[in-house]
Design a protein around this ligand. Structure first.
Ligand code: NDP
Length: 286
């Protein structure tokens, strides 16, 4: 079987083009959407995502304010920063880069961010909206990027068996809910799942989000399956790779996303989409 490598760029480009039109219309009303990105310390992963988000926003016409805090910032100071952004009428969306350092209690902080500006689903109010199927909240950007890719490449989900590897709050759980929303029959697997490869091999669509470099090889993949690789890892040679051993999947999967240039490249366009949605809601624009 020929395996099609399904890249994120065409998906991101299409979203970006639509958003450029949206910001043009907002500009006619003298409105420029604005995102605040709050980063603690100099974590290279955070800085790389921040750069990607800034480039995407610049292309679309979204202003960005970067707030960089010292690695030893206290919980109280961090909360103060978030509260100030909540109150700042010029800021439409707030992105808190995570995970936070251990001295800051994430469970305490996540309810502080104004749910209406919470463009990456940090506040449990937005998780609840996702779980209840309400459309006026903000889903986490990465799972939504997975759904955009599946939609763009016209992957049929209705009634299909989808296996999600990983049950984190940021990827596995939300993507499972979204897939169920598209009428897929979803199985969620995790580190305690028995016979993982066997479970995965039932999938018409396999979503891997476990953070284990190239662990998912051809023994996990049904012939003709679509494979979405969310993982971002570094292999033994120091190169970026996914959770899936792409070489091994070639000839078995029907379609597979690459790493890099797959899911990760769509995430920032979803983030931008959320900022514009927030801006429109805050300005009472339909
Ligand atoms: P977490 O570490 O929070 O969660 C990993 C999940 O995978 C857990 O549910 C864990 O199970 C499960 N898991 C770990 N090892 C195994 C194993 N050997 N077998 C089966 N299940 C396992 O990671 P995230 O969800 O935050 O991220 C997952 C991956 O996605 C990472 O590589 C991350 O870098 C990447 N990522 C990519 C993004 C993008 O934009 N493309 C954005 C966010 C993340 P258990 O619950 O039992 O511990």
């Amino acid at each position: 079987m020929d395996t099609k490598i399904i890249k994120g760029k065409p998906v991101a480009d299409r979203i970006t083009e639509n958003l450029i039109e949206e910001t043009k219309k907002l500009k006619e009303l003298d409105i420029v959407p604005k995102l605040a990105i709050v980063r603690i310390g100099e974590n290279p992963d955070d800085m790389s995502y921040e750069r990607g988000a800034m480039n995407r926003c610049a292309k679309i016409g979204i202003d960005v304010q970067n707030i960089v805090l010292q690695g030893d910032v206290s919980e109280g100071e961090y909360i103060e920063v978030i509260k100030n952004l909540n109150d700042d009428k010029n800021i439409n969306g707030i992105l808190c880069l995570r995970p936070l350092p251990k001295n800051i209690n994430e469970n305490k902080v996540k309810s502080i961010i104004d749910a209406k500006k919470d463009v990456d689903c940090f506040n449990p109010i937005n998780s609840a909206k996702l779980f209840e199927g309400e459309k006026d909240g903000y889903a986490p950007c990465t799972p939504e990027a997975v759904m955009k890719i599946l939609n763009h490449y016209e992957v049929d989900l209705s009634g299909k068996k989808v296996v999600v590897l990983g049950r984190s709050l940021i990827v596995g759980k939300p993507v499972s809910i979204m897939l169920m929303g598209e009428n897929a029959t979803v199985t969620i697997c995790h580190s305690k799942t028995e016979n993982l490869a066997e479970e995965a091999k039932n999938a018409d669509v396999l979503v891997a989000a476990i953070g284990r470099a190239k662990m998912v090889d051809k023994s996990y993949i049904k012939k003709g399956a679509t494979v979405i690789d969310v993982g971002i890892n570094v292999d033994e040679s120091g190169n970026l790779c996914g959770d899936v051993d792409t070489e091994s999947a070639i000839g078995i999967a029907k379609m597979i996303t690459p790493v890099p240039a797959g899911v990760g490249s769509v995430t920032t366009s979803v983030l931008a989409e959320h900022v514009i949605k927030a801006c429109k809601i805050q300005n009472n624009i339909n």
